[in-house]
Design a protein around this ligand. Structure first.
Ligand code: SOE
Length: 395
């Protein structure tokens, strides 16, 4: 008999960070999947407004505990962090209760529905020294971080102009319906608040410029829509049959164009639409600099177009070995092994949970914080005011 040397058994003492997810419609499950790809984190519970649906959701997501009341979730589960993925009108109350209970918070955008509420959340989080983040995940496409680094290192030069668009088609038909169309749940703005906020956050993040004034023009293409008689979740409307609908008026914009002025004296423009056939979820960003142009399309997320006047244009593919160190830090796979939307949340949470492990919000976090959430609410408010008054509004 061959004798095997005595094997040593090693083990690490690990205490998982306990996380709760509030809201499991479209984006909550994306948060859960991203969290499960990171070590040392355990999703212990979910909450969902529908008492009938929540058990099935917990089973489908493989989460042991579930609640139909988020207050109980906050009180019972000794959570270290909660992810708020519910419809917008609940964000403020949930975030406040979680912070007051000493729980770190990752919130979906918008952070709140009013500037005052968002200011209060910023103040409480700071006062309690709790980690706070808003899920502006577009920042976590490695190309977006690379664009920011190319600007920071001076490669792009002074920024002459910025042109951006964010187009979707999931609300294209008047029979497409979702809670985001109801301003009491979603807020006074829709296309700008929902997708324009991602675009505008990315613009300020990449360029390092601040928007100083806005001039907006909105359009509600479908003045009424056909509301299904049962609730449906974001992006799932295509699976419904166009029957059993009630006709309801719509008071938020399907489309908006906003002219922008920046603090370097130069200008830009953004267009957003949720009624653009074939544009599933396409954010485009073009930064025209004194040395070169950068252009990125989120539907081809691993390619950066670099434009030159006096030499051939280039395509830079996402590849950690070719990227700036900071941009490479949010890439998990080698070049050619494409990464996309689900990876952005994972990379964002990686930075957030590094702060949670230290129990300290960084003074200038790399990740988007409640302050960035507040900034987007302020910009959104100015954009709404400009649309209403048909004039430039100074931010
Ligand atoms: C719906 O328009 C939505 O889910 C946004 O709310 C998200 O932030 C964006 O990622 C995709 O579209």
């Amino acid at each position: 008999m061959v004798r095997r040397p005595t094997a040593a058994i090693y083990s690490i003492q690990m205490k998982n960070i306990r996380v709760g997810i509030a809201g499991v419609g479209f984006i909550g499950p994306a948060h859960i999947e991203a969290l499960r790809r990171l070590p040392g984190i355990e999703v212990v519970s979910i909450s969902h407004h529908s008492a009938e649906a929540v058990k099935g959701k917990a089973e489908a997501l493989g989460v042991a505990k579930y609640y139909s009341d988020y207050v109980e979730q906050i009180e019972n589960d000794q959570l270290d962090c909660i992810h708020i993925c519910t419809p917008n009108f609940v964000h403020y109350d949930m975030a406040k209760q979680a912070l007051l209970a000493g729980i770190h918070v990752v919130c979906e955008k918008p952070l709140a529905t009013t500037i005052e509420q968002a200011e209060e959340l910023v103040a409480i989080a700071q006062d309690k020294n709790l980690v706070n983040a808003v899920h502006f995940n577009i920042r976590y496409y490695p190309i977006v971080r690379q664009m920011k680094r190319m600007r920071e290192t001076g490669e792009v030069g002074e920024i002459y102009s910025i042109m951006g668009s964010y187009l979707q088609d999931w609300l294209y038909y008047e029979t497409d319906y979702n809670w985001r169309l109801e301003s009491d749940k979603s807020g006074e703005s829709r296309a700008i608040a929902d997708i324009g906020s991602h675009l505008i956050d990315s613009i300020e993040y990449v360029s390092g410029l601040s928007i100083t004034a806005v001039f907006a023009d909105f359009n509600t293409v479908h003045k009424t829509r056909k509301k299904p008689l049962k609730p449906i979740e974001t992006f799932s409307g295509k699976q419904l049959q166009p029957e059993d609908y009630a006709e309801v008026p719509i008071d938020t914009e399907d489309y908006a164009t906003v002219l922008l002025r920046f603090d370097n004296g130069n200008k830009g423009v953004v267009t957003v639409s949720q009624v653009a056939a074939g544009r599933k979820n396409q954010l485009k960003l073009e930064i025209a600099g004194a040395h070169k142009n950068l252009h990125w399309n989120s539907e081809s997320p691993n390619e950066l177009w670099v434009g030159h006047r006096d030499e051939a244009n280039q395509i830079l593919l996402r590849d950690p070995s070719l990227f700036d160190e900071e941009a490479a830090s949010i890439i998990s796979f080698p070049g050619g092994h494409n990464e996309g939307f689900p990876d952005t949340s994972k990379q964002l949470f990686k930075e957030v949970y590094a702060a949670i492990l230290k129990v300290q919000q960084p003074a200038v976090p790399l990740f988007p914080s409640f302050r960035d959430g507040l900034r987007e609410l302020i910009l959104c408010e100015c954009i709404l005011e400009s649309h209403r008054t048909e004039r430039w509004v100074v931010v």
